[in-house]
Design a protein around this ligand. Structure first.
Ligand SMILES: Nc1ncnc2c1ncn2[C@@H]1O[C@H](COP(=O)(O)OP(=O)(O)OP(=O)(O)O)[C@@H](O)[C@H]1O
Length: 242
């Protein structure tokens, strides 16, 4: 996936807000990228534009070689459905449906009849093979986020987008979800793009991109064996916020 000179301007009354100011970046297949930056630096805007949820004001965006900027809404919707997966801070599960029925939804939206074995495999892959008939209210926060993850991955997306995926979870549960994301990258070469405020969450990534005022202010390559990653990331964030 690649962004080339992406600008995004929001208009609020007579005021123009430059949310992205010429962002160019490539995300390599099978890598885990964390996007950090002070509040208002453009993180969510970058994620939404990259995922085809929002359109850039100018610049180009490519997903697996296909340019999504300039696509009409119909094609963009199809691309979102077939090529990308999402997990958000709020798990966004349908309360009246079981875990398995929630995971089936993207297949049903795509007009496919879900194969029960495929759905069980997806839930088992996130450690919930025994919980397929539970409704969201019968699951813990971490389990609900894992159902959301299984739902995002059932279509085998080229890119998984995660917007503060551990923002609503306690420390221990966050670690479990992050370890699962790391495993997806290491074992299945899943490409992940994650926005986070948490240096510990970002430390699970291969690369951290720091945004400031809509621009890429820095990039940090991480060595998974390095135990000082969270403090290095936190120090860089403190410098950007100063
Ligand atoms: N729909 C919108 N209309 C007008 N301005 C917007 C809109 N969405 C974002 N903005 C503005 O664009 C800038 C970037 O916002 P964005 O949400 O991308 O930042 P962020 O880094 O994700 O922030 P946070 O960490 O607080 O979630 C901010 O100044 C924000 O107020």
């Amino acid at each position: 996936m690649e962004l080339r000179a992406v600008h995004k301007v929001y208009h609020r009354g007579s005021q123009a807000v430059q949310a992205l100011d010429g962002v160019s970046i490539r995300f390599v297949k099978g890598t885990f990228t964390a996007i950090m930056g002070p509040s208002g630096s453009g993180k969510s805007t970058l994620l939404h534009c990259a995922a085809g949820l929002d359109e850039p004001s100018s610049g180009q965006i490519f997903v697996v070689g296909e340019e999504i900027s300039g696509m009409d809404e119909h094609r963009r919707t199809a691309l979102r459905r077939d090529r990308v997966g999402f997990v958000f801070q709020a798990f966004n599960l349908v309360a009246s449906l079981t875990a398995a029925q929630n995971v089936e939804l993207p297949l049903r939206f795509a007009g496919r009849r879900p194969d029960p074995a495929e759905v069980i495999r997806a839930l088992a892959a996130v450690g919930l093979g025994e919980r397929t008939a539970h409704r969201p209210s019968e699951l813990s926060g971490g389990q609900q986020q894992r159902v959301a993850l299984a739902r995002a991955l059932i279509t085998r997306p080229d890119v998984l987008f995660a917007d503060e995926p551990t923002g609503a979870l306690d420390t221990q549960t966050s670690r479990e979800v992050l370890a699962l994301l790391r495993l997806l990258v290491d074992q299945q070469a899943q490409t992940i793009l994650m926005v986070t405020h948490d240096p510990v969450a970002a430390s699970y990534a291969d690369v951290v991109i720091f945004l400031k005022d809509g621009r890429i202010a820095d990039r940090m390559e991480l060595d998974q064996a390095d135990g000082s990653k969270p403090s290095r990331i936190a120090a860089q964030m403190a410098r950007l916020e100063a």
